[in-house]
Design a protein around this ligand. Structure first.
Ligand SMILES: Nc1ncnc2c1ncn2[C@@H]1O[C@H](COP(=O)(O)OP(=O)(O)O)[C@@H](O)[C@H]1O
Ligand SMILES: [Mg+2]
Length: 364
C-alpha cells in the first residue's frame, strides 16, 4: 500500500500543474508540490482543512468545485487570478473534474492549477514588441521625410549668414538656427538607427577587440580631458557570437553615458569575465556559456525611479540628450541572445553589465 502511495505521490510531485484533491465535504485530501509552489501554501498545513478556509477569498474556485460536485461534470476557468500569500498575484488556469469511486459515485473533486503567469508575461512582451516594431516603421518613414528639409534649412541658413554682417542683430539668430537644426538632425539620426531593422551579421569574434576600438574612439572624443580607461580583461575569455559593428554601437553608447555621468572627465573600468553555468537560448538546442562585459563609471549614478525608465525610447535625463542610446543597446543585445542590466548607486556610480553568448564548441 505504501509503495502504491509513494508511486502516485512521485507522479504528482513530477507534474508541472498543481493538483489539489478534495473530498465531497470539500476537505483537502491531496496537495501536490507544484500546488505548493503556485499558492505558497504548505501541504502539511492545509491537509484535511476545508478548501473554504484555505482559499478563503477565491469565490470562483468554490463555485467551480460546487458545480462539479453537483453536476458530476468538469469545469474550466482560464483566467483565475490568485492572490497568493507569497506572490502578489498569479494568473492561473483552473480545471475541476469529478473524482468517482469504484461504483461511479462522486467521491470528490480533482482541481488542476496551471501557472499562466509566465505565458501571460510572454504574450505581453510579444505585444509590446509588435507595437514597437510598427511604431518603428512609422518613425523611420517620418525621419526620412524630416531629414531632407532639415538639410535644406541648414544650407539656407548658412547662405543667409554669409549675407549678414557679424554686427547685425540677426547674425546670432543664424547660430541658433544652425544649432537647433543640428540637434533635430541628431534626434532624427538616432531615431533612424533605432527604428531601422538592421540584420545581424553574427560571427565568432573577440569582444576585447571591439572594446579596444571603442576605447580608442572615445579617447579621441575626449582628447585634452582627464579621462582614463582601466581594463580588467580576462585573458582566457572565449570568442563570442556577435556582430562587431552593432556591438561597437552598444559600447560606444555605454562609454559615452559613463563619461556624461562623470561630467566629461573621469575613469571608466571595463571588466570581462566568463559567467558560471550555461544558458539555453531561444531557438538554439545547444546550451551556451555566456561572458559578461561590465562598463563601470564613478559618475552621478541613477536613482531607483529613474532606473525603471532608462531603457525606454526617448527617456533622457540630459538637457541635450535624445534618449535612444540605451533603448538601442537593449535591442541589439537582446537580438544577440544576451542580456543587459544596470546597477547603480546615486552619487557613487553605475555599472552596466551586458552578457553575450560564447561561440558553440569553444567553451573552456
Ligand atoms: N552611466 C550612467 N550614469 C548615470 N545615468 C545614466 C547612465 N547611463 C544612462 N543614464 C541615464 O539614462 C538616460 C538615458 O540614456 P540614453 O538612452 O543613453 O539616452 P541619452 O544618453 O541620450 O540621454 C540618460 O539620459 C541618463 O539620465
Ligand atoms: Mg546615451
Amino acid at each position: 500500500m505504501d509503495d502504491v502511495r509513494e508511486y502516485y505521490e512521485n507522479i504528482l510531485a513530477g507534474l508541472v500543474d498543481g493538483i489539489v484533491v478534495v473530498d465531497p465535504k470539500e476537505r483537502i485530501m491531496t496537495f501536490s508540490s507544484s500546488a505548493e509552489q503556485m499558492t505558497g501554501f504548505k501541504a502539511r498545513t492545509v491537509q484535511q482543512q476545508p478548501l473554504r478556509n484555505v482559499f478563503a477569498d477565491e469565490k470562483k474556485l468554490h463555485r467551480l468545485v460546487e458545480k462539479t460536485l453537483a453536476t458530476g461534470r468538469g469545469h474550466t476557468d482560464s483566467s483565475f487570478s490568485f492572490k497568493a500569500c507569497r506572490w502578489e498575484h498569479r494568473d492561473l488556469g483552473l480545471t475541476t473534474s469529478p473524482l468517482l469511486d469504484r461504483d461511479g459515485n462522486p467521491s470528490g473533486v480533482v482541481i488542476v492549477f496551471r501557472d499562466l503567469t509566465r505565458m501571460k508575461s510572454l504574450e505581453e512582451r510579444v505585444r509590446q514588441g509588435e507595437r514597437l516594431a510598427s511604431l518603428g516603421v512609422l518613425a523611420a518613414g517620418m525621419a526620412h521625410e524630416i531629414k531632407n528639409p532639415l538639410g535644406g534649412i541648414r544650407g539656407a541658413t548658412q547662405l543667409l549668414r554669409e549675407e549678414l554682417s557679424p554686427e547685425s542683430s540677426c547674425y546670432e539668430y543664424t547660430d541658433v538656427m544652425i544649432r537647433e537644426v543640428d540637434r533635430l538632425n541628431k534626434i532624427v539620426e538616432g531615431l533612424l538607427d533605432f527604428a531601422r531593422p538592421v540584420p545581424l551579421h553574427l560571427r565568432a569574434m573577440n569582444v576585447h577587440q571591439v572594446l579596444d576600438h571603442v576605447a580608442e574612439l572615445v579617447e579621441l572624443e575626449y582628447t585634452g580631458k582627464a579621462m582614463g580607461i582601466v581594463r580588467k580583461y580576462d585573458p582566457s575569455l572565449p570568442e563570442i557570437l556577435g556582430d562587431p559593428d552593432q556591438l561597437t554601437q552598444v559600447f560606444l553608447n555605454l562609454f559615452r553615458n559613463g563619461m556624461d555621468a562623470m561630467g566629461g572627465a573621469g575613469e571608466l573600468t571595463l571588466t570581462t569575465r566568463i559567467l558560471p553555468g550555461y544558458q539555453v537560448l531561444s531557438g538554439d538546442p545547444v546550451k551556451r556559456r555566456m561572458i559578461s562585459v561590465e562598463v563601470e563609471d564613478r559618475g552621478c549614478g541613477i536613482s531607483p525611479e529613474e532606473l525603471k525608465k532608462i531603457f525606454l525610447p526617448f527617456y533622457t535625463g540630459k538637457p541635450d540628450g535624445v534618449g535612444l542610446g540605451l533603448a538601442l543597446c537593449h535591442r541589439i543585445i537582446e537580438e544577440h541572445g544576451g542580456k543587459i542590466d544596470v546597477v547603480s548607486r546615486p552619487q557613487a556610480g553605475t555599472c552596466v553589465r551586458t552578457s553575450l553568448p560564447v561561440v558553440a564548441g569553444t567553451e573552456p
